[in-house]
Design a binder for this molecule. Structure first.
Ligand SMILES: Cc1ncc(C[n+]2csc(CCOP(=O)(O)OP(=O)(O)O)c2C)c(N)n1
Ligand SMILES: CC(=O)[C@@H](O)[C@H](O)COP(=O)(O)O
Ligand SMILES: [Mg+2]
Length: 636
């Protein structure tokens, strides 16, 4: 009889006999493959933590003893074991479970952010809180080898190691981020992975001691300290011991009993301890295990039998960037590329293939990526840093103080800008325009289609005395939209017959702007659609053009507060013009996961809602009589 349907809480799990846990693990794997093949998601990372998560919930009493998952993309098994199996039919979609932690879904979840390398800081804080409250309960972080390459993890380790509090850090070491994890930390972990003899020694030691009648278990505990000593001798783990952290492992992360033993040891230890679990991303599912690029890190929907993708391939914004950067790389040998452990997702794989010596994977280390880029630029090169927009947030200071302050020629290319949707609030790339428009000297372009992306990327890498930024959305690129008039400071995409309304669109909102203009015309309102291309700084040419209109509306897939619209309105006001302006953008909220279109609509960024708003603003500003007169004129 299947076990999984009977598990809706960790206490249900703990009632299952240890001998049947491998069976449960297989049921969970089948569940994951069946569900995630339909919805898409992080199948690889979650197949790698099935046994680990079972062991976690058998040893620790969640939620009283917190389990914090780093990034949270590997949290599906935790959700399956904490009463949320039904939510997987709509995983990452509206009405289903989110793809990361979600405190609204369950008390078992702690962090909702999908930004890596933060889990140790959460548990540092939680452990300090419990200590102050006189509560000796342990806290647990599960952090991947990739997330361990993020600087924040080491800031936290520095604090945890000195604190003496019951913090258990489970290193889920599968040797991968998307690609093989880079750097000294990864190399050290790999060396540790090669010393499995430690676990065997410990097992023999434990079984010998525990076999001693009566005094065995007591003796085992009493010898705990010696075992720790043995650990230090048997397992070279200077990396953590030097920090004052005890170390258990390396443990076979797919052996539930071995992981349970190691976790119990760590829990009993009562002070900061690392449990090093060696796992395999995609474990138990051949299409994932054989997927060299990223072991099915986060595919879209796929055929469960073959692993083949279901979606029909289309040209993405990322594809256009990848192609154009490789072409630029051939023309300009001083152009180099930097990724923060996302070579393929950001489109740098082609450049890396053509120019391996000019491509740098710095690990999940966006702050370092930017300041290293400043160094590369100071050294005479032109770095192109490719990130997802949301991950730039954590490197804002480095952008301002290490790049912009020095006026160095670094180009930052932000993929997944704007609303991404299914990856939840922490993945939307909506802060970039507001944050960066405040930076002195920055130049920001928002391509509206593939052609303008190519053009603006070339323009960006030609600038060597200021930071340049390009930002584009997730997924299929917009159809090319030709300008009906091209000026230095802006493109006109559609001319109205009068100066009723100017709709200034940022990037891919151009297509929406043209839809709105057509709809307004049917209501007797004339709209001109304008794409600034380079949206920050606002060009004088654009500002002067806009002051001639009766109403200026900007539309951007980014925060309304402090976005491009704010900058344009301010530029118009600074001329002394009284032209009324309105800014349409993403409100300052954290929208829940859903499709991009669903979330854009909720934010008021759908063509019909924009049309209604512009019509009502126009009527309110210019009076209904004028609108009807206009309507009469336009019918002439
Ligand atoms: C700050 C930040 N940068 C980039 C990412 C994108 N990202 C998500 S998972 C991942 C790899 C994580 O590797 P690891 O921690 O080893 O976990 P695994 O996928 O191997 O389980 C990356 C780079 C992120 N979530 N956060
Ligand atoms: C976990 C993580 O940060 C990424 O893997 C995220 O899921 C982005 O996925 P896409 O590449 O599909 O936008
Ligand atoms: Mg990993």
């Amino acid at each position: 009889m299947d076990l999984l349907p009977g598990v809706s809480s960790p206490s249900d799990l703990r009632r299952i006999p240890a001998s049947r846990l491998p069976e449960l693990a297989e049921e969970i794997r089948d569940f994951l493959i069946t569900k995630v093949s339909r919805t898409g998601g992080h199948i690889g990372p979650n197949l790698g933590v099935v046994e680990l998560t079972i062991a976690l919930h058998r040893v620790f009493d969640s939620p009283r003893e917190p389990l914090v998952f780093d990034v949270g993309h590997q949290i599906y098994v935790h959700k399956i074991l904490t009463g949320r199996q039904a939510g997987f039919d709509k995983l990452r979609a509206r009405g289903g479970v989110s793809g990361y932690g979600n405190t609204t879904e369950s008390v078992h979840d702690w962090s909702e952010s999908s930004h890596a390398s933060a889990s140790l800081s959460y548990v540092d804080g939680l452990s300090k809180a419990f200590e102050i409250e006189g509560d000796p309960r342990p806290v647990v972080a599960v952090i991947g080898d990739g997330a361990l390459t993020g600087g924040m993890a080491w800031e936290a380790l520095n604090n945890i190691a000195a604190g003496g509090r019951p913090v258990v850090i489970v290193v889920n070491d599968n040797g991968r981020s998307y690609s093989p994890t880079i750097g000294g930390v990864a190399t050290r972990l790999a060396a540790l992975r090669l010393t499995p003899r430690y676990e065997k020694t410990l097992d023999k030691f434990r079984s010998a001691i525990n076999a001693t009648p009566v005094v065995g278990p007591v003796l085992y505990d009493a010898l705990h300290g010696i075992k720790v000593g043995i650990k230090d001798m048997v397992s070279p783990q200077g990396m953590f011991a030097d920090l004052g952290m005890k170390y258990v492992g390396p443990v076979d992360g797919h052996d539930v009993a071995a992981v349970e033993n190691a976790l119990q040891l760590a829990k009993d230890y009562g002070s900061p301890v690392i449990v090093h679990c060696v796992t395999h991303k995609g474990f138990g599912y051949a299409p994932a295990e054989n997927h060299e690029q990223d072991l099915f890190h986060g595919p879209g929907a796929f055929n469960p039998e073959t692993g083949e993708p279901v979606a029909v391939p289309s040209t993405s914004w990322t594809d256009v960037f990848a192609d154009e950067l490789a072409t630029i790389g051939a023309d300009r040998d001083n152009v180099v590329a930097i990724t923060a452990a996302m070579l393929h997702p950001t489109g740098l794989a082609r450049f890396a293939e053509d120019f391996p010596a000019r491509t740098f994977d710095v690990g999940i280390a966006e702050q370092h990526a930017l300041t290293s880029a400043a160094g590369l630029a100071m050294g005479g090169l032109h770095p192109v840093v490719a990130l997802y927009s949301t991950f730039l947030n954590r490197a804002f200071d480095q952008f301002v103080m290490d790049i912009a302050l020095h006026g160095v020629g670094v180009t930052v290319c932000l993929d997944r800008s704007g609303i991404t949707g299914n990856d939840g609030p922490s993945h939307n790339g909506v802060w970039d325009l507001s944050l960066l428009s405040a930076v002195p000297g920055v130049r920001i372009a928002a391509p509206r289609d593939g052609e303008t992306l190519r053009l603006e990327l070339r323009e960006a890498v030609a600038v060597d005395d200021a930071p340049t930024v390009l930002r584009w959305s997730k997924g299929t690129k917009s159809a090319d939209i030709a300008a009906v008039e091209r000026n230095d400071g802006y493109d006109v995409l559609a001319h109205g017959m009068s100066k009723d309304v100017a709709i200034v669109t940022v990037g891919p909102m151009a297509a929406v702007g043209l839809e709105v203009a057509t709809a307004l015309a049917q209501r007797g309102i004339d709209a001109t659609v304008i794409d600034p291309r380079w949206v920050i700084p606002v060009s004088d040419e654009l500002t002067n053009c806009l002051t001639e209109f009766a109403l200026v509306v900007t539309v951007e897939d980014g925060l309304r507060l402090g976005g491009v619209g704010s900058a344009i309105s301010q530029a118009i006001r600074d001329t002394g013009s009284l032209t009324p302006t309105r800014e349409i953008g993403v409100p300052s909220v954290f929208p829940q996961h859903g499709s991009r279109d669903e979330v854009l609509r909720e934010c008021g960024l759908s063509a019909d809602l924009i049309t209604d708003n512009i019509a009502s603003w126009y009527a309110r500003i210019h009076g209904p009589h004028e609108v009807s007169a206009l309507r009469n004129n336009s019918q002439v």
